[in-house]
Design a protein around this ligand. Structure first.
Ligand code: DC
Length: 231
């Protein structure tokens, strides 16, 4: 009763995914990583050598794309046509191409429709770039996360190291800055803060605190929603 949709948007490397995952866990909600969907589409296009300037090839790529999420030993895995690609979609090879793929209208239309279907029963926390503006403009709680570029680059480097990839800080900073630029200036669903989103700067926040801030706000909204439903 009173389930809501929580949209978490923001720049690359703000810690949206790790925050959203824990928020979902503490509310017993489903976490959906929309960025993983764009990454899986990008990997699929790379594997098939799809020319992004050829609409027919792009459409054929989308027609043969099947993305699903599975939980294995408590960890969420992204599957591309039935194969676990969770590690591969986080490599720099995919990161370098993902903004180009995600600016294509046909790609966005397809993935937005899938995301809306995944959230139609509410009780979801979805993170991305256009969740509060395009995917769920009526989401009950919208968060727009930000953090300084240096902080984001250092966090991303640590994350990659934990996955066994050593990438120089400058390379990560450059990739984040390029993606910020492409994501916020593209024609289709650019990254912008929804008017009714709460801006959360996490540069100097402890991870646990940023999770708690969002969970507390969510609980307030859930209570409101439950009261509404009883009226
Ligand atoms: O959240 P992430 O860094 O894993 O996302 C990878 C890329 O996917 C990001 O650079 C832009 C794109 N993306 C998007 O365009 N819209 C979303 N809702 C989520 C991600």
């Amino acid at each position: 009763m009173g389930k809501i949709v929580i949209a978490i948007d923001g720049f690359s490397g703000c810690g949206k995914s790790s925050t959203a995952k824990l928020v979902a866990k503490s509310l017993n909600y489903t976490y959906i990583d929309s960025g993983a969907m764009y990454r899986a589409a990008t990997l699929h296009f790379l594997q098939r050598n799809i020319s992004l300037s050829n609409p027919k090839e792009v459409q054929a790529g989308l027609d043969s794309l099947k993305i699903s999420f599975h939980t294995h030993h408590g960890n969420q895995e992204t599957c591309l046509n039935g194969i676990n690609v969770e590690e591969e979609i986080r490599t720099m090879k995919v990161s370098e191409k993902v903004s180009e793929v995600s600016k294509l209208k046909a790609v966005r239309e397809e993935l937005v429709a899938q995301q809306q279907a995944l959230g139609k029963h509410k009780g979801v926390v979805m993170d991305g770039r256009d969740i509060g503006t395009v995917v769920f403009p009526d989401a009950e709680l919208k968060i727009f996360m930000t953090a300084d570029l240096e902080v984001r680059a250092a966090r991303r480097q640590k994350e990659l190291l934990e996955r066994g990839q050593m990438v120089p800080l400058e390379e990560i900073s450059r990739n984040l800055a390029e993606r910020d630029h492409m994501d916020s200036t593209r024609k289709e669903s650019p990254l912008v803060k929804a008017l009714d989103a709460f801006e959360l700067d996490t540069s100097h926040l402890h991870f646990d605190d940023q999770v708690k801030i969002i969970v507390d706000m969510a609980n307030e909204k859930i209570l409101l929603n439950t009261k509404e439903a009883w009226k």
